[in-house]
Structures are given as C-alpha cells and as structure tokens.
Design a protein around this ligand. Structure first.
Ligand SMILES: *Cc1c(COP(=O)(O)O)cnc(C)c1O
Length: 836
C-alpha cells in the first residue's frame, strides 16, 4: 500500500505543504493565500501571542502540532465529504476508554512526513525528541481495553474503513502515579491544562440528552430529584485519526457534558442567580474524570450516567447522520455497524430501541430486528467482579422508558427460552436480564448479548471459556452469535515509531511492505540463520536499550546498565496478573546469590511498571513490595551489579513505547484462564523480546505461531486451574519447596521492611491463609525452572537472537489490521471507502 502511486502523491503533496512551513517568517502583513499557508512562525507568534524569540518549549510543540494539523485538515474534510457523498456502511466504535497516548510523532509518521520534519527541526534548531516530550499523554483509559480502542481506530483509518470512534472527553484522564516511600499516590491528570492542538470543538453539532430526574447540589452533595426530567447537552470534540499513508483521516469524537443553554429563567427571576449557575457546574462534572478501575465495576451512580451519556450522544449523532442520507429506517443495519467495546455502552440496546419506537414510530418487531442487526458486542473479561450489573431502581429514576423496553425484551426472551427449553427454569433464571435478590439488578452482559447479532471474545481461549462457562446458557440459546476475534496492536505505533532501529533493520531486509501488511514479517524467518542479520538485530536491541537508559537517566537520574538483561513486566497491577509471583521469583534469585555469591548468573535488571486502582488495597501493597525489593537489593553489596529492580512510576503509553523495544524478556504470567487476551504480550513479541509466561490469553496463539520451543511456557493450564480447588494447598508448597519457603520467609522476616514492621502481612494472608484464588505458589517453582532455561539460552547470544527473530517473524498475526479485517468481514460487513 505504501509504495503505490496515491501514497507517493500524498507524500509529495504533504512535503510541498510542509516546505512552505520552512519559509522564513517575514515581518510584513501575513498573506493567507490558502488554508495550506500555515506557517510555524505564524502559529508560534499568533496562537499564544508571544514574541517568537521568547517562547518556551510548550509553545514550540503547540506550533509544530498545529502546523501538522493544518497539513492533514484538508484530507480530514475530504474524508468526511467522501463518506457523505458515497454513503457507505459506517463503523461506529463505542468505547468508554481511548488510551491514545501522544499524537504528534504518530501523526507525522502516518503522514509520511518524517524526512521533512527532520529537515524542518534542523533548520529551526529544534530538538525533536524534547519537543515530543512536551505533549501530555491523552490517558483516557485504564489499560488494555482502552489501548485496544486506540489501536483499532488507527487500523481502520489505515485500511480506509469509514469508521468513527465515540468516547468521552474526560477532563482528567487516568491519574498520575507517583511513588512516595514505596507507596503509590495518585495525582490528578490535568491533561487539558494547555489547549490541545489536536482537538476541534464542534458546538454546532451538539446533541441533547434527557434524563428522567434532576440533580441539585445541596451542601456540596449531589442530590437526585426523581420524577423531574432534566436535560444535558453533549458537546463534540473531534480528533483526527490519521491512517498510514495519510489517505484517510477518520474522526474520534469525544463528548463533553454541559448544561443546556436555556437557563432556568424561573430560577433567575426568583433571584437565585448563583443556584442557576451551580446547575451548570453539576452538568459539567459528568465528564470530569475517568473511573480508574480496571477489570472491576465499582457500581457508582455517576459512572452509570456517564455510560448513558456516551450512548445517548453517540446514537443521537449517528442517527442524525444516517437520516441526512437515508429516509428508510429499515436500511440502518446496511449503513451502520455499532461495536460495543465491553458492556459499558450496552445501554445502546434500549436506547436504539427507544429511538426506533418513539422517534421512528416503528413497531416492536421491526425495531428489534434493526437494533439487533446494527449492534455487536465485544466481551473483555471473565472476572465476575467486572461484569456490570446496575440496580433496577436506578433505571426507574433515571431511565424509566429504557426500563420499560428492557422489561419487554426480557419478557419476550424468557418466553422464547421457556418454549425452546421446557422444564428448564434454572436456565430461565440464568439468562434473564434481571438478577433477582434484595436489590434487583440489570445484567448488562446479558442485555448486550440478547440485543445484538454478535458477541466476541478477544482470544481463542477467552472466547471458548466465555461460550462454554461464563454465559453458557445464553450461548446455547444463540450459538450462531458467538465468535472469536483475537486482539492485535498497531505495528505503526508499536514497531515503526517505537523502535526505529529495529524497524530500519527489518525494512533493509524485506522492504517496507510490513508496515501495512505485517504478515510479511514471515520473510524474516529464513534470516534467523544469517549471521549478518543476527548481528543487526542484536545491534538494534542494544540501541533501544541504550536509548532507554539514556532517557531514564536524564529524566529521573536512575542509572541502569544496558549490558544487563532487561526483564520487564508492565501492565495494570492486579492480583490475576500476578506481579506478586514475579516479586517472589526476584526474591528467590536474590536468595540464590546471597547463599552463593560465586554463582554464575547473567546480570539482570527487572523492570516493573503499572498503576493500581486507588481503592485496591492489595495491589497497592504489591507496589510497595516491589519498591522495597528495589531499595533493599540496591543497597546490598553482595548482589551489586548482578541484579537490580526498578519500579518505573506512572506507566502510560509513552513509557510503554520506550521500555518495550528495550526489553529482552516479556513476563506474561497471569493465572491461566484469567487474562482475556493481553496486548502488551504482542508489543513485546514484535520488538524481539522473548516471552516467559503461562498458557493464557493470546500468548497461547503467539506461542503456536512462533513454535512453543521459542517460548518459555510454564505453569498450570486454565483447565488445571479450574479443577485445582480440590487439591491446591499453599501450605504444601511452603512445606515442601525450599526456594518457595525461603523467599516467603525472607519477605515476612522484615528483610525488605526493616522500619515498617508488618506492612507485608496482608500478602501472607492472601498467599497462604485463604486458599489464594490466583494460585501463586502452584506456579512459582515452574516459573523458576523456565527462568533457568531462559538464562541458559541467554548464555548463547546467537541462539537467543535466533529465537528473537523467529518471534518477530511470527508476530504478523498480532497486528490490529488482522483483527480489524476479521471484524469487518465477519461482523460488520464493512468495506474500504477510499477518499476521493
Ligand atoms: C498495551 C498496554 C496495556 C495492556 O497491557 P497488558 O499487559 O496486555 O495488560 C496497558 N497499558 C498500556 C499503557 C499499554 O500500552
């Protein structure tokens, strides 16, 4: 795709436009002869009205970013014009999270502007890397689910699919993590403190959202007033989604909540001026902050309203767009495919029904058919604590019409199930949209499955468990609706951009077709036996490690040795991901060195990074443990230079982009059956890290693709974990495995917490006392064994690099382009619509 004529044309056109930016700034009247004549200096001086000689790095970043936006603007407009004219089927990706990260480098790369930008920054005397660091991460997500949404919209733009992302414009994204005395602290992420050059407010396209109740601020608390409907306004903020080659520029539309323009004039005339304005504050607080919970539903009322707000704004917007070009409601499923990223937007089921019934005046059967054929649902987790269930009472107060519709859907569903599965009232109770009990609740996953035509899991093992265990009864009612779509990541951000040395090495070997067709990496396989290629790949890894070490030193003062093995585990901190198991491995290895200082063991740096949900006490204690391991091991002369532990604070997309290319070892060690897919596993694989991990999530498919002999797999399988309740005894492992016992003894002796007695006692409880649901000790010995094999291989540098190359060569399947191709063909029936 990248080599064809259209791409060359765009490249040339953009280069010409960019060259105009290079023209010296003349201090005469500015001639704006066309929208292309954006001048960096013009932005620099006029956007913030400052003397170009006195501007700081932030202003320079903004001016460069705005110049790049100028370059893509016409293509962005043209993209929408093409869709409007050709009226293709559009894909709408609804997600409460988009973990975008930074945009400048990614947009420049996808516009093929790298060479021009290099020349430009040179001429202007700008330091490109420090310019990039000025951009805050758009951290509108917690982890994998939000990052998947970001990779998917990039892939859809690259593949020229007419698609739009819909999300919320949180004023504060995922909190910023700082470590104080080893503990996580949370700071607000005020990412919009400075104007964001990428977003375009579209006040003319605002939508109205009606709620069944009103709110009032009384004494600082939010009070619900039932029975008094109220209105909210959704203001769209659009962000460009640039496909590789710059041909298609799709839109990510994020909604901000606002109060209606019409003030309550009665309140005004009654003299409550401040009260009327306070109501405005209440409305705007709805999109103030992202909920920082990953794989857990906290059941907060505000979150429930956020979810409805996303759904109501997005459906109103897409229905309005649909009605502009189509007057027959019946063709909606041929013009729109709506993908629900987890159950968070599953209120789309009753909302679309409401629109079709009450606004479209359709009959129930027709409305139901259209709704189901338009919606599709992706499940992201099997953890029961993540399955959303909202109190029926909330629907009564906030969304009474939606409750009526849900009850009617349920009535019909249960009737169907009773006739198809007679004498099976157990099943009826389990498939019902309502969970009975003291507090009656709506089961959002059941609603999403029943109200859509497709339910997919995100890796083969996950889709199977979903279908055969988690929602078995519903899957037996609707077997044809279930499928698997294994996740992927975009190779543009995660290889081309993040790892320039390796990307160049690959391109020298096989050309640059891999950038948009990652399966071409297979052509690297024969080169695994080529000495020259081996040393090039090794040199690329070395370069990434030095680059990372240099960045870390300059930003935090922490010095690490690029000559050591970089062994990483970076992801949300959660018991099921088992950072604690990795901590135990580190302690066991530390014990080996303490007991035998002459032991030959390749020097290693263990990296950890990740945030814990602020209310997740145990995860925060794990962070504390990892930080204390780092401190104690650093201070121990016996192991100096042989092992180090580094906890990198504030894990985010831009940190992942730096660390992953530099890593030799990827730890993917979740309790088998718990990690739906994982995506950092794929990023590491593409970047030539070897995986040590359990047979879980997409790692199973990754090891099949690369060959199990090129992976370090260990531990219980999902089947074994599921059947381990009867035999798992943590105490047995403590009593019978010397390394397990001495690792635990060292931790609980206070060796790592000399002045903080008892801080780690809760870990003893969870590991040894309460049967540990996550089976840490069952896998520790096998982990250490796999680690031994890994170190043996590392001793033979050529053998190691050969396996790394075989992993890279097999990573093509884990491009999000492949995932999107499957969604497009098997769920959406969506086709490319090239921009003309
Ligand atoms: C890829 C990514 C994730 C997902 O990591 P997993 O190991 O798959 O859980 C989370 N956070 C960030 C910043 C990422 O880039």
């Amino acid at each position: 795709m990248s080599g064809d004529r259209a791409a060359a044309d765009v490249r040339e056109l953009n280069a010409t436009r960019m060259k105009k930016l290079l023209r010296p700034f003349e201090c005469g009247p500015i001639q704006l002869t066309g929208a292309n004549d954006a001048l960096y200096e013009r932005h620099l001086m006029f956007d913030n009205v400052v003397d170009p000689l006195a501007v700081g790095p932030r202003e320079r970043y903004e001016a460069v970013a705005r110049s790049v936006r100028d370059i893509l603007s016409q293509r962005w407009i043209r993209t929408e014009q093409t869709y409007d004219r050709e009226n293709p089927k559009r894909v709408y990706y609804l997600s409460m999270e988009f973990l975008i990260g930074r945009s400048l480098a990614s947009n420049v790369a996808n516009l093929l502007l790298d060479p021009v930008m290099r020349q430009f920054t040179e001429e202007k005397g700008l330091d490109w890397l420090s310019l990039l660091e000025q951009e805050p991460d758009a951290g509108l997500g917690n982890g994998g689910l939000g990052r998947l949404a970001a990779c998917f919209i990039e892939s859809m733009a690259t593949m020229q699919i007419p698609a739009m992302g819909y999300g919320l414009r949180y004023e504060y994204g995922i909190f910023r993590q700082a470590i104080r005395d080893g503990w996580q602290t949370e700071q607000p992420d005020n990412w919009l403190r400075y104007p964001d050059p990428w977003e375009v407010a579209r006040p003319h396209e605002e939508v109205e959202v009606t709620l069944g109740c009103s709110f009032e601020v009384r004494g600082g608390a939010l009070v619900v007033i039932p029975g008094e409907p109220s209105m909210l306004v959704g203001l769209p903020y659009d962000r460009p989604v640039v496909g590789y080659g710059g041909k298609t520029v799709n839109t990510l539309r994020l909604w901000a909540a606002a109060a209606p323009h019409s003030f309550d004039f009665q309140v005004f005339s009654a003299g409550d001026f401040v009260g009327a304005l306070a109501e405005r504050l209440t409305a705007e607080s709805l999109t103030r902050v992202l909920y920082p919970d990953d794989s857990t539903s906290m059941g907060h009322g505000l979150r429930f309203i956020q979810e409805y707000f996303l759904v109501a704004c997005s459906l109103a917007d897409l229905v309005r767009r649909f009605r502009r070009n189509n007057d027959d409601w019946g063709v909606l499923p041929e013009k729109a495919a709506i993908q629900l990223n987890d159950t968070h937007p599953s209120l789309a089921v009753p909302e679309l029904m409401r629109i079709l019934l009450d606004e479209g005046r359709l009959g129930w059967d027709e409305a139901w058919d259209i709704t189901r054929r338009t919606l599709a649902y992706t499940n992201h987790t099997l953890l029961p604590e993540a399955l959303e269930k909202w109190p029926l009472r909330w629907f009564e107060v906030l969304l009474p019409r939606h409750l009526e519709i849900i009850l009617e859907i349920n009535h019909r569903l249960l009737g169907d199930v009773r006739s198809r599965f007679p004498h099976d009232e157990g099943r009826v109770g389990r498939v019902s949209l309502i969970e009975e009990g003291d507090v009656r609740k709506i089961r959002m996953a059941n609603l999403a499955i029943v109200g859509s035509h497709s339910t997919n899991g995100v890796a083969a093992i996950h889709s199977n468990l979903l279908r055969t265990v988690t929602v078995k009864d519903l899957a037996e009612v609707f077997p044809e609706r279930f499928s698997n779509k294994t996740n992927g990541v975009t190779p543009r951000r995660w290889l081309l951009l993040a790892n320039p040395a390796l990307a160049a090495t690959i391109t020298r070997a096989i050309g640059d077709g891999w950038i948009t067709d990652l399966s071409q990496l297979e052509r690297l396989k024969p080169l695994a036996g080529d000495q020259g290629f081996l040393s090039e790949v090794r040199a690329a890894k070395r370069e990434a490690k030095i680059r990372f070490a240099e960045w870390l030193r300059s930003t935090s003062g922490v010095e690490i040795d690029p000559g050591t093995i970089f062994d990483s585990q970076v992801k949300r901190i959660h018991e099921y991901k088992r950072q604690l198991l990795n901590g135990l491995r580190v302690v066991a290895l530390y014990n080996r060195l303490r007991q035998n200082p002459d032991l030959a063991m390749a020097p290693r740096t263990f990296f950890f990074a990740g945030k814990a949900a602020p209310a997740y006490r145990l995860a925060k204690i794990v962070i504390k443990l990892l930080n204390n391991l780092a401190g104690t091991i650093d201070g121990d002369p016996v192991v100096r230079g042989r092992m180090r532990v580094v906890f990198l604070p504030d894990y985010c997309v831009s940190l992942a982009e730096k660390l992953i290319p530099a890593s030799d070892v990827s730890n993917q060690i979740s309790t088998a059956g718990y990690e739906a897919s994982g995506t950092s596993n794929m990023k590491f694989m593409m970047n030539g890290a070897l995986t040590i991990g359990t047979r879980d999530g997409a790692a199973i498919e990754m090891s099949e693709a690369a060959g199990e002999e090129n992976f370090f797999l260990f531990g219980l399988t999902a089947d074994e974990v599921a059947r381990s309740q009867s035999w798992y005894s943590p105490q047995w492992h403590y009593d019978n495995e010397p390394e397990t016992r001495s690792a635990l003894d060292l931790i609980f002796s206070g060796h790592f917490s000399r002045y903080e007695p008892g801080v780690f006692e809760p870990l003893r409880d969870t590991l040894l006392m309460h049967g540990d649901r996550y089976r840490h000790l069952a896998d520790l010995t096998a982990y250490l064994d796999a680690d031994r094999r890994l170190l043996e291989l590392y001793a033979d540098q050529d053998a190691w690099t050969r396996k790394a190359i075989l992993n890279i060569a097999a990573s093509g399947r884990f491009s999000s382009d492949r995932s999107i191709a499957e969604y497009a063909a098997e769920i959406w029936d969506a086709k490319p619509c090239p921009v003309r």
